[in-house]
Design a protein around this ligand. Structure first.
Ligand code: SF4
Length: 350
């Protein structure tokens, strides 16, 4: 398992909180207008140079809607020039035009990610609270495919779409996306704990994802469901060697051990450094201190990387290094980011 003490695997920069959608589960509680306190273009360049000092992490430009920034393409191009594998997650609004997608591709971005939270306009637009978002998402995926820009689809699993994941997976397959990135709800921002699944329902979704992963033409990864790795490890053990095991293990191998603040760092639009966009405990600011120093030495990050500091059943669990539970969910639901993930059914042997 990779040691993430010195550098993250993934850096997420929320370039703006501005967005013309109003999604019911928005982590960023996004609003239509840009915050004047956003990092400037020059500060963004400095941030990207700091990220490059980590080595070769994945660099994700997120929002809000990154397309709300006039200098987005300048920043994307700089990221690519620095040698960072760069992904952008625009919102599906009228700003996502053919021209915008062509410019994203022209910057050398490796992949564009779009969100799809329902298999049809009624369900997806109901989530996004703006009519036309579903059609715009399908347009964006189709146009990117036509011009040769790789895509991924992001879906947040909640009580609203729990029974429709199969239909969404079919849409992902039809789109030609390379990756289905499945987010599990953390009750922060506008997200409500009532929309979250029970621990038993998480387990049933894991079964669905695992079975889907065996034949799907796209990879599947989970966010804030670290215990999917425990589920897959259990299934692999039960199934023994074989093709299905090899395919599933590749996904797990890439994500093994990654958690909030451990292989993962989030920079807010104002430059604040967080272990995750879903864990609102700030460890510093790129305006006043080095990103690398904060990631490596801030007590918050060091604590989060210490699986020996986990509490409750996560602390006793034989899967704690592979999984460790969602630190963000533990914080959102208990106020203690080292507590057990309340949405895990697994009971470690004492
Ligand atoms: S008890 Fe905690 S560490 Fe163990 S599988 Fe569940 S969430 Fe992961």
């Amino acid at each position: 398992m990779v040691n993430f003490n010195h550098a993250p695997f993934l850096v997420i920069w929320e370039v703006t909180q501005a967005c013309d959608l109003a999604c019911v589960h928005c982590r960023a509680s996004a609003a239509p207008h840009r915050d004047p306190g956003e990092l400037t273009t020059g500060e963004g360049f400095g941030l990207l140079e700091d990220v490059r000092l980590f080595g070769d992490p994945l660099m994700v430009f997120t929002g809000g809607d990154p397309l709300k920034r006039d200098d987005l393409f300048v920043l994307l191009r700089r990221s690519v020039e620095l040698g960072l594998r760069t992904t952008v997650t625009p919102s599906a609004t009228p700003l996502l035009t053919e021209g915008a997608i062509e410019r994203i591709k022209g910057c050398g971005v490796a992949r564009m990610a779009l969100s799809l939270d329902g298999p049809d306009a009624e369900s997806h637009d109901g989530f996004r609270r703006v009519r036309g978002s579903f059609d715009r998402t399908l347009f964006g995926l189709q146009y990117a495919r036509r011009i040769g820009l790789d895509t991924q689809v992001n879906t947040t699993v909640t009580r609203r779409n729990l029974t429709r994941l199969g239909e969404i997976a079919d849409r992902v397959a039809d789109s030609g996306a390379k990756l289905w990135s499945v987010f599990f709800l953390v009750a922060t921002g506008r997200a409500q704990a009532d929309d979250d699944l029970t621990a038993e329902e998480y387990e049933r979704v894991f079964e669905f994802l695992y079975e889907t992963s065996k034949a799907a033409p796209f990879d599947i990864k989970t966010t804030e469901a670290q215990h999917y790795r425990r589920y897959v490890a259990q299934r692999r053990k039960a199934e023994g060697n074989g093709r299905a095991r090899a395919e599933a293990s590749d996904v797990i191998r890439r994500q093994a051990g990654i958690n909030d603040g451990k292989g993962f760092v989030f920079i807010s639009h104002r430059g604040e450094i967080f272990p995750s966009g879903f864990l609102p405990v700030c460890a510093g600011n790129v305006r006043t201190g080095g990103l690398g120093d904060t990631y490596r030495t801030a007590p918050l990050f060091r604590m989060l990387r210490s699986s020996d500091s986990l509490e409750g059943k996560c602390g006793e669990c034989n899967y704690r290094n592979l999984c460790g539970g969602s630190r963000s969910r533990a914080y959102a639901l208990t106020g203690n980011y080292m507590a057990s993930d309340p949405r895990c059914v697994y009971q470690p042997a004492c």
